[in-house]
Design a protein around this ligand. Structure first.
Ligand code: ZN
Length: 283
């Protein structure tokens, strides 16, 4: 695979689609239009992703937190900040407000709720099903829960991991007819730190939440983005720097795409590329 060709196309896409960072969260899903949640922190599952990470920490450390309790903790903090709790479905699952086909159109939540995949997310299928049903009920009675209904099919051509406090990149460009999975890593880490501090749950640390959050992100990338190239996007002042990092593998391969590799010093990237050339399944 010639990643250089993809890299130049990807740089062109990013250059056209850089947007200012905005308050609020959304999912890594590539189907958000530029008019939907533009510049918000793109992270798996939106705010429900934080709830899912908390459920995983609770399960691993045997804290006994219920899905409803985990949801309430995150929801209350966001509401106290006069912000919206953001999650999404899609038109395949929710063609109209009265029809539900399946659990939810957010792949991060739907895959974690699948009996054969939930262990990859450190959660149980029953807990995620309970969480989604509870969140759907809250969405019907609260103006603070924003459930965006995304249209269209997944046609993402890559994954952009953005490290910036000031900028993000639009997920979909209808003019270019292209979309990318977006992960705003730096802003997600900052928000997660604040959330953990304010939750103040005994036994739940930032390191715990970050570990489960990364594991769940990787699980969703393996499930939804296998084979796609991953690019790092960082900024020096107003200038953006884009680097090809790796390809996302599927579960059949034993070695997974690993987020911390994105922090490799720039001078190591050529060596990493060389190894990828020797063995495309390295990561
Ligand atoms: Zn989603």
């Amino acid at each position: 695979m010639d990643d250089n060709t993809n890299l130049s196309e990807t740089i062109g896409y990013i250059t056209k689609n850089i947007v200012p960072a905005q308050r609020g969260r959304k999912c890594v899903d590539g189907r958000y239009l530029p008019t939907q949640a533009s510049g918000m922190i793109a992270r798996p599952g939106g705010d429900c992703g934080y709830v899912m990470a908390l459920l995983a920490v609770s399960k691993r450390k045997a804290l006994g937190l219920t899905p409803e309790h985990c949801f309430n903790v995150v929801y209350k903090i966001i509401k106290e900040h006069h912000d919206h709790f953001c999650m999404h479905t899609d038109h395949n699952t929710d063609p109209d407000s009265n029809t539900h086909r399946g659990l939810i159109g957010c792949g991060h939540l739907a895959k974690a709720a699948a009996k054969n995949l939930c262990s990859k997310y450190d959660v149980t299928s029953q807990d995620i099903t309970r969480l989604v049903n509870y969140a759907r009920n809250i969405a019907e009675i609260s103006a603070f829960l924003e459930m965006i209904n995304l249209d269209g099919e997944h046609t993402e051509t890559g994954v952009l991991v953005i490290n910036s406090k000031r900028y993000s990149v639009n997920s979909e460009d209808p003019e270019l007819k292209k979309m990318y999975f977006i992960y705003d890593e730096e802003r997600d880490n900052d928000f997660l730190k604040k959330l953990v501090n304010e939750m103040a749950i005994p036994g739940v640390t930032f390191a715990d939440m970050k570990k489960e959050s990364d594991l769940q992100l990787q699980a969703t990338l393996h499930n939804l983005a296998a084979g796609l190239p991953v690019y790092s996007v960082r900024f020096e002042g107003e200038k953006h720097i884009v680097s090809f990092i790796s390809f996302v593998t599927d579960y059949e391969k034993k070695r997974y795409f690993h987020i911390p590799s994105l922090h490799l010093p720039q001078n190591l990237l050529p060596k990493l590329r060389q190894r990828l050339t020797l063995n495309k399944n390295f990561i």
